[in-house]
Design a protein around this ligand. Sequence first.
Ligand code: SF4
Length: 305
Amino acid sequence: MDIRKKITELKRERNAVIVAHYYAPPEVQDVADFLGDSLGLSRIAAGTDAETIVFGGVHFMAETAAIISPEKKVYAPAPDAGCSLADSVDAASLRKWKKEHPGGIVVSYVNTTAAVKAETDYCCTSANAVKVVESLPEGCEILFGPDRNLGAHIMKTTGRRMSLWDGVCTVHDVITPGMIREAAERYPDADILVHPEASCSSSEDILSGDNIFFYSTAGMLAHARKSEKKRFVIATETDTLHQLKKENPGKIFIPVSPGIVCREMKKVTLDGILGCLEKGEGEIRLEAGLRERALLPIRRMLEIG
Ligand code: SF4
């Protein structure tokens, strides 16, 4: 039987929902019930009646779904798929950083392990990071991690000073100011949509302007949907183009470089999804106390809106 049909049948039998990140391979995106970015998907999956969530993303994403949905079984089709950001900080190093900055408020990007979230005061996403930082009392010390590019971009946008953890997304870090300048010259009619994890996002030369916009992946999709422009240069993970093209058949999407590929996300396969549904492989298990502590900074972030 075709693997897609098998997945659909088992999904029904197991009362499962499949969610996939925009960076997952196109064939995985195509079997998903919902597409989105990591926190958005965890929240969508939590709101369904499904008893089982299969999360088409790297490990921290499935773990975040397990933090939010303790009553559901959560599976990762590629449990060994990591993330350079999540791997750049562990709970012990974060505890040490906090000790060096007593009274500092820790804001962690959602791309972190449950153990790091448990040491965090507020979580944030690339879509709401500015809002979260702006909600904190003026004058307080903010320890922002683990993405130094996103952190520097937020400092530039809000004017707030923060201490930054020295981590990067190795995929987005290679997007330089030179690449954006070249794209702007080559495609003057296009909107250029840049992810704030890119190393160019804090450059003084590259500012949000008439045709340059900094967005989370979901923000890029929303922009392309409502824009009257015909061409867009996309400065993020290249498989984001799959959904952009599907949603906007009359528009042209050009990757800023075809080499912006997250190899870890490509470990998510249809075989892996089948393994979760058929054999219960890749189940995420979290100790209840850790889960509760990791949920707290997510709740605080959601209260900010
Ligand atoms: S694209 Fe970057 S942040 Fe996203 S999963 Fe890959 S390494 Fe992590």
